[in-house]
Design a protein around this ligand. Structure first.
Ligand code: AMP
Length: 319
């Protein structure tokens, strides 16, 4: 496994690889790697001749200096994970090198995908994502790009970026979210959580289960969305924050997307999270899901806080 830290070295190594005509799989990351990242590497390894992984904490996508400053950085551990995973080249540039040499970040037309949901709460975030991915793709002419559905909106933004780029286009492979045994989506930011907050974070997965059960309940059922009657057998609550059965929530319109969202938000708050948003979109888009008559499947998107740590997650609410 080659470790490449400068653009000059990268160009030289890529010249060698290109001369072999290899298909090139690329996994961009910000490091503090976990099994979610490794699943992307594994897929790239299975599908492409050469696997490149980048580790770069991209300042352009952070809209809070404090978040950037304390983003976990675990270079040694990351390299120790990537080597046995069969990565051929790890690219770990410095900010000044990657964004230096007169490079100006382009302003991309992301078709509005960058200004809603995450984009509304983190202005400039997706421009920053597109700018770093665009820059990396200029340097690394991959045939296949691997990203996680954990960052669902990011996948849509990057697909849009690929669609608007000239020349040969890399294929974007979107991998399902890797979760722990209790359903918590693996995330580098989980490293910043206390043990209590980790347990609260698992409330997101409990909320997904609750929303799925609520959707699956027959419309004739008494109050499928009422928190007064949590769905039976839905949630292994071991160690969970107790869920108040007397919560004064009663949806005005059972099965309407807004009632499901209202119930989900209430549940997240009961779990100790501070939601920023919970939305239902038609899977594959950011368009609102309009209810059971919608031709698409509902995907729930969440962002919220535990203390000073912001988490995101999403789940397809289909059987
Ligand atoms: P990050 O290092 O957080 O920027 O993530 C790098 C890539 O790994 C992105 O494409 C993420 O969507 C993906 N990723 C992060 N967490 C997970 C996870 N739990 N499961 C699958 N992919 C993930």
């Amino acid at each position: 496994m080659q470790i490449v830290r400068t653009l000059a070295h990268l160009r030289q190594v890529l010249d060698d690889l290109n001369s072999k005509g290899a298909t090139l799989g690329f996994v961009p990351t910000m490091g503090a790697l976990h099994a979610g990242h490794l699943a992307l590497v594994e897929e790239a390894r299975a599908q492409t001749g050469v696997v490149i992984c980048s580790i770069f904490v991209n300042p352009l996508q952070f809209n809070r200096a404090e978040d950037l400053a304390r983003y976990p950085r675990h270079e040694e551990e990351d390299l120790a994970l990537l080597k046995p995973a069969g990565v051929d080249l790890v690219f770990m540039p410095e900010v000044g090198d990657l964004f230096g040499g007169g490079w100006e970040p382009p302003v991309y037309d992301l078709g509005g995908l960058d200004t809603v949901l995450e984009g509304a709460w983190r202005p400039g975030h997706f421009q920053g994502v597109a700018q770093v991915v665009g820059r990396l793709l200029d340097l690394i002419p991959c045939t296949d790009l691997y990203m996680g559905l954990k960052d669902y909106q990011q996948c849509l933004v990057v697909q849009r970026l690929l669609d608007t780029r000239k020349g040969r286009q890399a294929v974007l492979h979107r991998r399902p979210t890797v979760r722990d045994a209790m359903g918590l989506a693996l995330s580098s930011r989980n490293l910043l959580l206390s043990a209590e907050d980790l347990e609260r974070a698992r409330g997101i997965a409990r909320t997904w289960r609750w929303m799925k059960e609520a959707l699956a309940a027959p419309p004739s059922g008494a109050v499928p969305l009422s928190l007064a009657a949590p769905p039976s057998g839905a949630v292994p609550l071991s160690g969970a924050v107790p869920f108040s059965p007397s919560a004064p929530f009663s949806p005005s319109a059972p099965f309407s997307p807004s009632a499901l969202i209202e119930g989900g938000l209430h549940r997240l708050e009961q779990e100790g999270l501070r939601p920023e948003y919970l939305s239902l979109v038609r899977d594959g888009t950011l368009d609102p899901w309009s209810g059971p008559a919608d031709d698409g499947l509902p995907r729930a998107l969440f962002a919220g806080w535990l203390g000073s740590v912001r988490l995101i997650d999403n789940e397809l609410l289909a059987p």
